[in-house]
Design a protein around this ligand. Structure first.
Ligand code: PGA
Length: 252
């Protein structure tokens, strides 16, 4: 049985004190309501990894980053390597988020490189895929997602593929309050699992975790997570409120 996972993507939000308080409040909530069968991942901005890291060890959640360099080390001003993340006890790292694809021109090839660097350093990639509104309206969502999944991931071995978490995030649902319907989410999740099945076989397809992201809230998480191929969520806005985030993490 696949373990459930709920990851909070804080994006570039909160000042230091707010970040410190949010971690403390999440920890308090988790201590009261922790579900041992759910992996909770917190992905703060890089400078706050330290505060979160200290708590993570003792409080049973995993630490995640929001980005990683395609390079190993060297003269790449402003970049952060996978080995640095690993040294900071980072367990997961988001790759190919639609904001990075759109605003920082991250390509499927970059995604593939970042995934490689992470796996070389024992950090689990959370690889985001998803169509923009126009692509959905033109009926291109399946082909867009197939391209993102195959170009970003299908160079991996079967063993490596089993380390991957995929997040389906329809771009039109991110930060808009417009969530995919449970039907739309399940349809794409089962499509993605089918692609993995075709390429890697049943064991990997059954193993790989596929998260939904895009205006997932404490109100709609339960319905979305009840879908057979939805293994949890990648949560943006609602991960900035401890109570909402922990409620989502219990919505299975
Ligand atoms: P949202 O963001 O939950 O605020 O829509 C999700 C994401 O961007 O990962």
């Amino acid at each position: 049985m696949r373990r459930k996972i709920v990851a909070g993507n804080w994006k570039m939000n909160l000042d230091f004190q707010q970040a410190d308080e949010l971690i403390a409040n999440i920890v308090k909530e988790l201590n009261q309501h922790h579900r041992k069968d759910v992996d909770v991942v917190i992905c703060p901005p890089f400078p706050y990894l330290m505060i979160a890291d200290y708590e993570a060890e003792t409080n049973g959640y995993f630490l995640g980053a929001q980005n990683v360099s395609i390079f190993n080390n060297g003269a790449y001003t402003g970049e952060i390597s996978a080995s640095m993340l690993s040294a900071m006890c980072v367990d997961y790292c988001i790759v190919g988020h639609s904001e990075r694809r759109k605003l920082f021109f991250e390509s499927n090839k970059d995604v593939a490189e970042k995934v490689n660097r992470l796996l070389e350093n024992d950090v689990k990639p959370i690889v985001c895929v998803g169509e923009v509104l126009e692509e959905r309206e033109n009926g291109q969502h399946f082909s867009v997602i197939k391209k993102q999944v195959s170009e970003g991931l299908f160079h991996l071995t079967e063993g490596q593929m089993q380390q991957i978490v995929i997040a389906y995030e329809p771009v039109w649902a991110i930060g808009t309050g417009r969530t995919a319907s449970t039907f739309q989410a399940q349809e794409i999740h089962s499509f993605i699992r089918g692609l993995v099945l075709e390429k890697y076989g049943a064991e990997t397809a059954n193993e790989i975790r596929i998260l939904y992201g895009g205006s997932c809230t404490a109100k709609n998480a339960k319905d979305l997570f009840a879908m057979p191929d939805v293994d949890g969520g990648l949560i943006g806005g609602a991960s900035l409120k401890a109570n909402d985030f922990v409620t989502i993490a219990q919505s299975f």
